[in-house]
Design a protein around this ligand. Structure first.
Ligand code: MOS
Length: 708
């Protein structure tokens, strides 16, 4: 019985649309207190006066914590915490929004009211607040998740051998995650134990951060996240609000709820930093690349390093004898940046794939043909074979679906009434992040099957997918299987990031299901037994047991042998009003090579979400910095544009048939973040095709086109 590969709608869909799904801020706990965070309003300096007297005496206020009254915290490694700066420890201010007080009251309205009564004076210090002003301060990061620099081959020789060279600088904007559910924590202190209901992508990371900071044994902290309302990286690591809620709950011996406001979503957790990238490409007249140089610098905070490795994908995408990449970070006075879907390759492929398009025009070659001629059969930097790669099929199938062969090469050659029409394409590549995970599968006498794995459901469909994998491994109908997740009391898994849950936790569930099947076989079940009807319950009853279970752990192997990436080809059509210069995406096709697809319905949803996110990156999303005030200007979604239905067509998604046994026990690689890669470049390339204007920064706005 195959349950994997079958389209199934979300098992938790009804719970979510009826409001029955319980999120971090939804837990009714007796005696719950409400906390409100007060943030600094300067980017750098120190507090000279912090008067909380009026706030303390306001109606309903239980406590006001400040750096003078808050408990001292122990240092926490970064990660699991998003930044090493701990809240309420001294009078130093290192970023706008840095917590300076936590007001706790009986009711939320009382806490909000009292928070407004906190009186603050600062002594400001000069601060560099955006990447443009910090470029001269750039340095090589020491803490990147991969080597920041690579050098393969002789770059100068490659450039000298080239018939055509492209040399250009690209920029991507700072962006914020803006998950539908704001970051939120309900912390309860009871009998020396702390329980957090947290909006997180990593319950174990939050547990470690909170336990370490508060000096508690790990066993005394439990973190639960039954549902997380989107994260996109903002909830990957722990930030100040979890520590503050936990600190207050312990200090007051009660339950404390802290929900970041929409505005605090722009200052109280990390963001995707702005990047500045330089790309040089050299190619022979036939299009074959002779040299690739990609250098990137991103903003980080003044006290921590976050390396946005925009060059990551460039190391593996195209066959080329000389590839040099370099990454640097430049300190600015903001909170520490953090991964945001899709980190690294998301900003990076905008630069590389725009440059490829420029090279195609320099060579008078079709942009798709240029990519086909440079297809890499092995990883060009490491020399390793790819675990599995179907990029060629992505190019061809995507192009066919889009109608790419009809495309005239010259810019400004398609018109429809008042609109300039353009077609652009780009490649997509995303590192396959693999981590370890454990899981348990149990059958009960009533024939029900329960899967337990502590991972999080952040909107990707875990409640549906993991039961499918268990059902296949066990050979039982999928509707028998339910899932318990999001709890540090369950088998430990990695965090929900790097698009890794299905392949990682799925592999553990698959192995646990197989082991359980073997255990049942040991109890006399024939190898080809189908667990249908009451057969399973009857078997357990015969053996006089209430349930049988099996545990499994999965850890990646073969990292040294393979280059592991998911791939894609993205095609976009834009229309640009000839007078108003407003660019709009009218069609978008993505064809993907991502290993085995466990659930085509939910996989398609992931890709639609990511491609729409890419449309936002291309045309709308930008967190602008107010240089004078030293803060991000946007405080809500009227100042930060994300695509709505009117901005985005429903993208078309194709998956190439694939099975990658080298990547995971279930043949899957990561899909979610891949879909946000390449879209920005495909759209920028389409804008160039429509208008003849090459815009080398995102987002592309009418101003870029009006002024050129
Ligand atoms: Mo993702 S940006 O790895 O949560």
């Amino acid at each position: 019985m195959s349950a994997v590969g079958i389209p199934r709608t979300r098992a938790d869909g009804a719970l979510k649309v009826t409001g029955a799904a319980r999120y971090a801020a939804d837990w009714p706990i007796e005696g719950l207190r409400h906390a409100v965070l007060v943030g600094a309003t300067i980017p750098r300096g120190r507090l000279t006066r912090l008067d909380v007297t009026a706030a303390q005496h306001a109606p309903g206020v239980v406590a006001v914590l400040t750096h003078r009254t808050a408990p001292r915290l122990h240092p926490v490694p970064h990660p699991p915490i998003g930044q090493t700066l701990l809240p309420l420890q001294d009078e130093r201010i290192l970023h706008d929004g840095q917590p300076i007080a936590l007001v706790v009251a009986e009711r939320l309205e009382q806490a909000v009211e009292a928070a407004a009564l906190v009186r603050v004076e600062y002594e400001g210090e000069p601060a560099v607040v955006c990447l443009e002003d910090a470029l001269g301060l750039a340095y090589t990061p020491k803490e990147a998740h991969a080597a920041p620099d690579t050098r393969v081959g002789d770059l100068d020789a490659g450039l000298r051998a080239a018939d055509s060279v492209v040399d250009a600088t690209y920029a991507t904007a700072a962006r914020h995650h803006n998950a539908m559910e704001p970051s939120a924590t309900t912390a309860e202190w009871r009998d020396g134990e702390l329980t957090l209901h947290d909006a997180t992508q990593w319950v174990w990371g939050v547990r470690e951060a909170v336990a370490t900071a508060l000096g508690l044994e790990l066993e005394r902290v439990r973190v639960i996240a039954a549902f997380t309302g989107g994260g996109f990286g903002a909830k990957g690591w722990a930030w100040s609000h979890q520590l503050l809620a936990a600190m207050a709950a312990r200090a007051l011996g009660c339950a404390v709820k802290l929900v970041l406001t929409r505005a605090q979503g722009f200052s109280s957790h990390g963001y995707q930093p702005a990047t500045r990238q330089q790309v040089s490409l050299g190619a022979r007249a036939d299009g074959r690349l002779t040299a690739i140089r990609h250098e990137s610098v991103n903003a980080t905070s003044t006290y921590d390093e976050y390396a946005e490795l925009a060059v990551a994908g460039t190391r593996s995408l195209y066959a080329c004898p000389a590839i040099h990449t370099r990454s640097r970070v430049a300190p600015v006075s903001t909170i520490t940046p953090t991964p945001m879907r899709a980190p690294h390759e998301g900003p990076g492929m905008f630069a590389l794939e725009s440059a490829l398009d420029e090279l195609a025009y320099a060579l008078r070659l079709d942009p798709l043909e240029l990519r086909l001629r440079n297809h890499a059969d092995r990883d060009p930097t490491s020399g390793k074979r790819f675990s599995s790669k179907q990029l060629r099929a992505c190019y061809l199938r995507g192009a066919e679906r889009f109608g790419w062969p009809e495309r005239p090469l010259p810019p400004r050659s398609l018109r429809d009434g008042h609109d300039l029409v353009g077609w652009g394409m780009a490649s997509a590549i995303m590192t396959t992040f693999r981590m370890s995970a454990s899981a348990r599968v149990r059958v009960h006498r009533d024939g029900s099957v329960v899967v337990e794995a502590g991972c999080q459901e952040i909107g990707t469909g875990v409640y549906t997918i993991l039961p499918q994998i268990a059902a296949e491994a066990l050979g039982c109908p999928v509707d028998r299987v339910s899932l318990r997740l999001g709890d540090t009391h369950l088998p430990e898994t990695c965090g929900t990031f790097g698009s890794s849950t299905t392949l990682t936790v799925g592999s553990a569930v698959h192995d646990a299901g197989r082991r359980l099947r073997a255990r049942l076989t040991g109890m006399g079940v024939p190898a080809d037994f189908r667990f249908e009807g009451d057969a399973l319950g009857e078997l357990l009853a015969r053996h006089g047991v209430a349930s049988v279970e099996a545990d499994a752990s999965w850890a990646p192997t073969g990292d040294g042998d393979w280059s592991m990436h998911s791939f894609g080809a993205v095609f976009a059509e834009v229309r640009v009003d000839a007078d108003l210069c407003l660019p709009r995406v009218t069609r978008c096709v993505g064809a993907y090579s991502a290993g085995r697809i466990v659930n085509p319905t939910l996989a398609r949803s992931q890709m639609i979400g990511g491609m729409t996110w890419g449309i936002g990156q291309a045309l709308l999303e930008r967190s602008e910095t107010d240089r004078r005030l030293g803060r991000f200007l946007a405080k809500n979604l009227t100042g930060y544009l994300v695509p709505v239905n009117a901005d985005a067509p429903t993208p078309e998604v194709l998956f190439v048939d694939e099975d990658d046994p080298n990547a995971s026990a279930i043949g899957a690689r990561g899909i979610g973040e891949l879909s946000a890669v390449g879209v920005g470049a495909a759209i920028a390339n389409a804008v160039h095709h429509a208008t003849g204007v090459r815009v080398r920064e995102l987002p592309i706005t009418p101003e870029h086109l009006l002024l050129s």
